[in-house]
Design a binder for this molecule. Structure first.
Ligand code: IMP
Length: 205
């Protein structure tokens, strides 16, 4: 099994991400023709996506940020999170779109959604760049999905490996996470300014 793992490769390049972000922005604008709209980013992973997404939404909107951390360190918090940084503004009477980098088990987002709904917004919808539905535990209605994500660790476009490589402009699949952790320089060829390496499996579709 270990021997079959490929080196890291591009799952979605920056061009296809930009095209999809434009479509998502247009859909959000169309679905919210009026009213007070606030996009909430969950730090840190969602920040890169949010920065591009808001510039693809041709209407007035606000942005706000939350930072959360799991309760305890045993991984058994059931998605309960501690709010490390709360929203700056109230959300009552406003339409909220939570912008996420990736939804995996969905536990974090389901819990966050319940916290936000208790504040009486008009609506709380989710926009995620990547949806790894195969690992979903908490049922979640995700209104806007950039791409379905296979059951692989991914890095770049805001997603980190040990807090690094969020600045990779592509979404890169890392099949052997332990090897990448041992030698993070294996991801440097995907950094900005380096031409996208075009191996057969690097080309989307
Ligand atoms: P979950 O949906 O509650 O399981 O957690 C989703 C969060 O876990 C995301 O917002 C990311 O911060 C992190 N995460 C999940 N999968 C990955 C990945 O493949 N790469 C980097 N971060 C990930």
């Amino acid at each position: 099994m270990v021997g079959t793992r490929r080196p890291p490769y591009v799952l979605h390049d920056s061009g296809s991400i930009a095209a999809r972000v434009a479509e998502l922005g247009a859909a959000i604008a169309e679905d919210h023709p009026a009213g007070d709209l606030v996009l909430v980013s969950v730090l840190k992973g969602g920040a890169v996506f949010l920065a591009d997404l808001i510039r693809a939404i041709p209407r007035s909107l606000s942005v706000d940020f939350m930072a959360i951390s799991p309760f305890g360190s045993d991984g058994d918090a059931g998605g309960r999170v501690r709010i490390v940084k709360d929203l700056d503004e109230p959300i009552d009477g406003r339409a909220v779109v939570v912008v996420e980098d990736i939804v995996d088990t969905g536990l974090t987002l389901a819990y966050l959604r319940s916290i936000l709904l208790a504040r009486h917004p008009v609506s709380v919808e989710v926009c995620t760049l990547l949806d790894r539905a195969v690992r979903r535990i908490a049922p979640l209605d995700i209104r806007y999905v950039g791409f379905d994500c296979p059951d692989l660790f991914v890095v770049g476009y805001g997603l980190d490996l040990d807090q690094h490589h969020r600045n990779i402009p592509h979404v890169v699949a890392v099949e052997d996470v332990a090897a990448a952790q041992a030698d993070p320089t294996c991801l440097d060829r995907f950094l900005p300014g380096v031409p996208v390496p075009l191996a057969a499996h690097d080309v989307p579709e």
